[in-house]
Write a protein that binds this ligand. Structure first.
Ligand code: AKB
Length: 332
């Protein structure tokens, strides 16, 4: 079959070497569009390319460059990186914890084979490569409260196994070949205008929508299940600050980043200070409950704070009032 040429209609804003040219894979998930917005503010609209295998909304399509890219297609990715003079790659494509358990073979391909493609391309083209890891990279034998950067990691999900693999092989490529690999372990991310796709922490996004829309919420985790969580704007800022950090400041290449830690009953109580009628019921999902029970309850992120100045800005009350404001604004 004839090879398709990948063309970006917008030329680079500049080809000045001080501006990175960024490609984001899996860009239409929960995190890509917001990170692209932040990076475009800093580096220019056309220097940040979003990619995915799905069709973007008109709003996303009109906000800056978007291309089709399948992380399982090595040649397509390589062509994109070369044609667009990419210097930083943010690898967001992955199947999350719950959906991964329902599709182990696909999760293995996307999360492991896809990562291998991205690693080889990053190495070949001397890219700075950012790969997110997660609280899901820990398991039942890890210390859970708090969980430090370096400890036992024996996750029991394909998602967790693939993320530990990403951490280890990325660091190995860094030490052996000098790849500029950077990895943050994200908590559950709470966002109003983008949806998480198939994770264990998704309840903490849905509760805000249901609280505003119906004042009732049915939770699939036990009321006392504590997990590390973070407002999406803290997540984007952490990612940008970490990407910009001088390599000499990094004593690790994989860092925990923490912000808040809460249980379903705690977040519900905080929402009730705005919506007193909120009624929460609990119908447990055994798969997601057992995943959550094996994950950290709190993150120790002291290394990130010390090395590159990480500091979250949203407390639980601030996160809750910001989410309720955004969800209500969407309804209007
Ligand atoms: C999930 O729940 O799978 C993700 C994560 C914490 O990595 N949100």
């Amino acid at each position: 079959p004839r090879q398709l040429r990948v063309q970006i209609s917008n030329p680079p804003d500049t080809v000045k070497s001080e501006h990175p040219r960024v490609l984001i894979t899996g860009g239409l998930g929960q995190l890509g569009v917001g990170l692209a917005r932040l990076l475009r503010k800093q580096y220019g609209k056309n220097n940040v390319i979003l990619s995915d295998i799905k069709k973007p909304s008109d709003e996303v399509y009109n906000s800056g460059p978007f291309v089709y890219a399948d992380v399982l297609d090595y040649k397509n990715l390589q062509e994109l990186v070369i044609n667009n003079r990419i210097t930083w790659l943010v690898h967001y494509s992955a199947l999350l914890s719950a959906i991964g358990e329902a599709n182990v073979a696909l999760a293995r391909r996307v999360n492991i084979t896809g990562l291998h493609n991205v690693l080889d391309i990053a190495l070949e083209n001397r890219l700075r490569l950012f790969v997110p890891s997660t609280i899901g990279a820990f398991g039942p034998t890890s210390p859970r409260d708090p969980t430090p950067d370096l400890c036992i990691q024996r996750p029991r999900t394909i998602y967790g196994v693939s993320k530990v693999h990403a951490e280890l092989i990325g660091e190995y490529f860094h030490h052996k070949y000098g790849l500029d690999f950077r990895c943050l372990r994200y908590p559950g991310i709470i966002s109003a205008d983008t949806e998480p796709g198939g994770g264990t922490t998704d309840y903490a996004v849905k509760i805000f929508h249901d609280a505003v829309n119906s004042k009732t919420f049915d939770c699939y985790l036990r009321p006392d299940t504590r997990l590390p969580m973070m407002h999406i704007s803290d997540c984007h800022r952490a990612t940008l600050e970490f990407l910009q950090a001088p390599a000499g400041q990094l004593t690790l290449r994989t860092y925990n980043i923490g912000a808040v830690s809460f249980t379903p009953e705690e977040v519900a109580a905080e929402i009730r200070s705005h919506i007193p009628e909120l009624r929460v019921t609990y119908t447990l999902d055994a798969v997601r409950q057992s995943i959550a029970d094996s994950w950290p309850r709190r993150f120790d992120d002291s290394n990130a704070r010390r090395d590159w100045g990480w500091k979250p800005s949203f407390s639980l009350p601030e996160l809750v009032s910001d989410m309720l404001r955004s969800v209500r604004a969407q309804r209007e």
